[in-house]
Design a protein around this ligand. Structure first.
Ligand SMILES: NC(=O)c1ccc[n+]([C@@H]2O[C@H](COP(=O)([O-])OP(=O)(O)OC[C@H]3O[C@@H](n4cnc5c(N)ncnc54)[C@H](O)[C@@H]3O)[C@@H](O)[C@H]2O)c1
Length: 311
């Protein structure tokens, strides 16, 4: 059974890389897609609207292009309206568009930080703000029949937020914000049967090409990452959007070639009760003896994933 046929999706950052792989897998299953992409340079400073037009033309009637920036005023409402007018509704939202402006904290500037947050995080919130009323109404109207189980939100995150990496203060902050947004979407939309999950992808793209290895392990990571196709991320997105994943929500997955990961989420690992009015020595003794065994190593995502990918 192909339960995705006839569904309608909005995918941002759809013109290339991971976003294009997601669109390709969805349309192969009969999903129709509003493919949003302004053809941004990797730092978001320039745009090329021809890119998404060419990609949509290659995909055929199942894809309608939207070349507006996700940060443009009115973008989110326009994308939702386009899905409803052109394809008769909306079932799936994939927030994938992102830019990077890496800089060590001591060389960063506020304008670059805010540009990354605006594109990678605020625009994702705004699309959910515009789309979730439609997804809730779908549930009330039992779009697709009873029991309703179709609304899907997929957020493309990054291990840069879960581990951290040198100079990625803006990008990691935005992606960490997306983690919180993904969890809230899972909670706020649970009663409507709408699921919300995150995928941390690994694939060859412009993003991978920009990696400047800081350690031998990171050089190994980069060389391996440049060999990983984005198609498996598209496939896992389609799985999350299918009826088979109706019970999966609030989770963080990773997809790297044929490897699929589920990530832990921060929860207390240990609990200790202090004496009343503890001294700093008391706190030091408590932390060193009871918490230190649970500490998280200060390793980057590039170090952690420098193992050979399975392709
Ligand atoms: N490739 C990887 O290994 C990797 C690793 C971690 C996270 N990611 C994430 O995967 C997603 C896709 O990245 P990718 O690797 O395919 O990179 P990419 O740069 O090839 O794709 C990003 C797309 O987003 C578009 N975009 C950027 N700003 C936009 C805006 N304001 N409006 C509309 N579109 C905009 C770009 O034009 C581009 O087509 C991103 O969220 C990225 O952070 C990728």
């Amino acid at each position: 059974m192909n339960d995705l046929a006839g569904r309608v999706a909005i995918v941002t950052g759809a013109a290339r890389g991971v976003g294009a792989a997601i669109v390709r897998d969805l349309i192969a299953r009969g999903v129709r897609v509003v493919a949003a992409d302004n053809g941004a340079s990797i730092d978001g400073r320039t745009e090329d609207p021809a890119l998404i037009a060419a990609f949509a033309a290659e995909c055929g009637d199942a894809v309608v292009p939207l070349a507006q920036s996700v940060t443009a005023p009115g973008f989110a409402d326009a994308a939702v309206a386009l899905a409803c007018e052109r394809f008769g509704g909306l079932d799936i939202v994939v927030n994938n568009a992102a830019i990077l402006r890496d800089a060590f904290l001591f060389k960063g500037n506020r304008a670059d930080f805010e540009a990354v947050i605006a594109t990678d995080l605020t625009a994702a919130f705004d699309l959910l703000r515009a789309a979730t009323p439609v997804l809730r109404e779908n549930a009330k109207q039992a779009r697709g029949g009873e029991p309703y189980g179709w609304g899907r939100i997929v957020t493309i995150g990054s291990t840069a937020a879960l581990y951290g990496n040198y100079g990625q203060g803006a990008y990691a902050s935005a992606k960490a914000g997306l983690f919180g947004l993904m969890r809230i979407a899972a909670l706020d939309m649970a009663r409507s049967g709408v699921t919300s999950n995150m995928i941390a992808p690994f694939a060859a793209s412009r993003v991978t090409e920009t990696i400047v290895p800081a350690t031998p392990a990171q050089a190994i990571y980069k060389a391996a990452a440049l060999s990983i196709p984005p198609a498996p991320i598209g496939r896992f997105t389609s799985y999350l959007c299918s009826a088979r994943a109706q019970h999966i929500t609030g989770q963080v997955f990773g997809v790297r070639g044929r490897e699929t990961f589920v990530f832990s989420q921060p929860r207390p690992l240990a609990r200790a009760t202090t004496a009343p009015d503890p001294s700093l020595d008391d706190l030091a003794a408590l932390v060193d003896s009871q918490f230190a065994p649970h500490f998280t190593a200060l390793e980057t995502d590039l170090d952690a994933f420098s193992t050979t990918p399975v392709l």
